[in-house]
Design a protein around this ligand. Structure first.
Ligand code: ADP
Ligand code: MG
Length: 182
């Protein structure tokens, strides 16, 4: 197996004296998907926020390229590699195309490269037909696809995707993840 991109060790977190996470270890490998599931309130969101650098743990270490540091020191380089996709994505008040293109303005791509990249991403996501539509007028499912594509186009090393799979079977969840991770 490839070397892990990131290893999180001994994550601990309490809220108001009640321990939510204790001794959590997690390794993230290139090209691999991890499904984190569990009952409401067990700490999934808290864990994802900690490993995305959005919530401060009481304790945690991060190993990057074989070097281990405390969470506070290592988290800056972690944040650059990660996109955290919320389960209720917010659409910018513009077309699908412009939503998908949004993050590219912060990259070194020129206008032509950005255009090509957007076309490729829209095609990949099956959004070409709705490219000129106002994103907020689309269904929740399509908006989620736009949000995913808006993240995918930036090619983050790690993508955290919060999702609700209310009554889905494990095999359906797996199919869904395989589809999106191609
Ligand atoms: N900012 C916070 N302040 C206090 N308690 C919190 C906070 N965030 C989460 N919690 C509590 O931590 C527990 C885990 O929450 P969460 O990580 O959202 O669980 P999950 O995502 O698995 O449903 C819950 O009991 C929740 O009420
Ligand atoms: Mg949650």
């Amino acid at each position: 197996m490839n070397k892990p991109l990131l290893v999180f060790r001994e994550i601990e977190k309490s809220f108001s004296g009640s321990q939510i996470l204790c001794g959590i270890n997690l390794s993230l490998y290139p090209g691999k998907c991890i499904l984190l599931s569990g009952k409401n309130g067990v700490g999934k969101t808290t864990l994802l926020k900690i490993i995305a650098g959005l919530e401060i743990p009481d304790l945690a270490k991060i190993e990057i390229s074989g070097k281990t540091d405390c969470w506070k020191k290592a988290v800056r380089s972690v944040r650059k590699e990660i996109i955290y996709l919320h389960q209720n994505p917010i659409m910018f008040s513009s077309t699908v195309e412009l939503n998908v293109a949004y993050g590219l303005r912060f990259t070194s791509l020129n206008r032509k490269q950005r255009q090509e990249s957007v076309e490729e991403a829209l095609e990949w996501a099956g959004l070409t037909d709705v490219a000129k539509k106002h994103a907020k007028t689309l269904s929740g499912g399509v908006q989620q696809r736009v949000a995913f594509t808006r993240a995918w186009i930036l090619k983050p090393k790690v993508l955290y995707w919060m999702n609700r799979w209310p009554i889905w079977t494990t095999s359906r969840v797996k199919r869904h993840i395989n589809y999106w991770s191609e």
